[in-house]
Ligand binder design. Structure first.
Ligand SMILES: [Zn+2]
Length: 124
């Protein structure tokens, strides 16, 4: 049975919106912690947990709550991209600002990698 993520009321399968809260109902079969992500938006796909935690740290340093979510949870819904490890989510109302922060951060990170990469390849 679907239920309301706000007031936790259960409804029959025919109902899709809570009459009290006017929010979309959540299927009860989903893992409990997925409910937390109802109002969250994916802003960045990540190749591994390390990069995810780096981005999370950058965002939280800017005052944006971020969550690193591995694809194991998403895979339950039949969606999985082999080339990606997971994704970073933020509150939907902070998504645009967060995307800009992450893009700026990744641009700087790439520039550092190029410089370090040149040095490493000469050593090797
Ligand atoms: Zn409700």
């Amino acid at each position: 049975m679907p239920f309301c993520p706000e007031c936790k009321a259960e409804y029959t399968a025919a109902v899709s919106i809570c009459v009290d809260c006017q929010v979309a109902l959540v299927p009860k079969s989903l893992p409990a912690d997925t409910v937390r992500y109802v109002d969250w938006e994916v802003i960045q796909e990540i190749p591994n947990e390390f990069v995810g935690n780096l981005i999370k740290g950058v965002l939280e340093g800017e005052g944006v709550d971020a969550v690193v979510r591995p694809y194991e949870i998403t895979a339950l819904a039949g969606i999985r991209l082999e080339s990606e490890w997971g994704e970073v989510l933020v509150h939907a109302d902070q998504a645009e600002a967060a995307k800009t922060m992450v893009q700026d951060y990744l641009a700087n990170l790439s520039a550092d990698d190029v410089e370090n990469g040149d040095t490493d390849s000469e050593d090797a």
